[in-house]
Design a protein around this ligand. Structure first.
Ligand SMILES: [Zn+2]
Length: 272
């Protein structure tokens, strides 16, 4: 009797399995059959999330801060002590400022689109070792973005950070931009010499970071008409001087001014 029940069960199981197989195939076949009256496909419009608002680019003014060394060992007008630098970064966060990188600044200046409230750009010139040891930890602590203008011939020399530090900061999100190969005053060079300084430094940084280099800042703020032509020909989107003021497209995308940060300066006065 028991054996009879087992046989019945086995037959039933086979029927169920046999029934399932073809049905599953049929189901998937059915989905591939063209529907006679397909329902209209409503595609949700995927607009990128709008950050910020649109501002007339003619009137848009964005402060690009210019730091050099962040150090307490030496005192001069280009060196900001780390505690002062941290106070300034904290002030930006406490007052709801939004740090931009130069890569995102280009389109913003040209179009005025997607400008966040209280925009500010933090830049460092020369690529000093203390940018890595002193400024970078503070920028990370407050979640701030920044750009460093690197002199490529000075990488890992004297008090300048090396390729490993450069790559680490780049991978983290700090942007590396060009401050030429040798830090020559560009207005003393021929067009071809300038072009070489601009192109070679860009190529070196792009090789080291695996990222496109967006901007150049001219050593000691010296430049001439050839510099502007060479910057454009080298593929830079923007060029920065050491002239004082806020960035606006009418200043010229290759002659943009910055706000010089000197010791004892309040961030409030720098960004207003
Ligand atoms: Zn410099």
């Amino acid at each position: 009797m028991k054996q009879y029940v087992r046989i019945i069960c086995a037959i039933l199981c086979c029927l169920v399995i046999a029934g399932c197989g073809p049905n599953e195939v049929k189901t998937s076949e059915q989905t591939q059959e063209p529907q006679k009256n397909p329902a209209p496909v409503v595609k949700a419009e995927k607009k990128p999330a709008q950050i910020g608002r649109d501002i007339n680019p003619e009137t848009l003014q964005i402060p690009v801060l210019m730091y050099h060394s962040i150090n307490s060992n030496v005192k001069n007008n280009l060196i900001t002590p780390p505690n002062e630098f941290e106070e300034q970064m904290k002030w930006l966060v406490d007052n709801d400022y939004h740090t931009l990188t130069l890569a995102s600044l280009t389109e913003m200046l040209k179009t005025g689109q997607g400008v966040p409230d209280k925009p500010v750009v933090i830049t460092f010139d020369d690529g000093y070792q203390d940018n890595y040891t002193n400024a970078y930890p503070i920028l990370k602590k407050y979640g701030l973005k920044a750009n460093i203008f690197v002199i490529t011939d000075k990488i890992a020399k004297n008090n300048h950070f090396d390729e490993v530090a450069l790559k680490e900061m780049s991978d983290y999100g700090l942007e590396m931009d060009s401050h030429t190969v040798h830090h020559f005053e560009l207005n003393t060079l021929s067009y071809d010499e300038q072009l070489r300084e601009l192109k070679d430094s860009k190529a070196t940084l792009e090789r080291l970071t695996d990222k496109k280099v967006n901007s150049i800042c001219y050593p000691v703020g010296r430049y001439n008409e050839d510099t502007v032509r060479a910057a454009e020909a080298s593929g830079y989107a923007m060029g920065f001087t050491t002239e004082s003021g806020k960035a606006n497209k009418n200043k010229g995308m290759y002659t943009l001014p910055r706000v010089r940060m000197v010791p004892g300066m309040s961030m409030e006065s720098a960004v207003k």
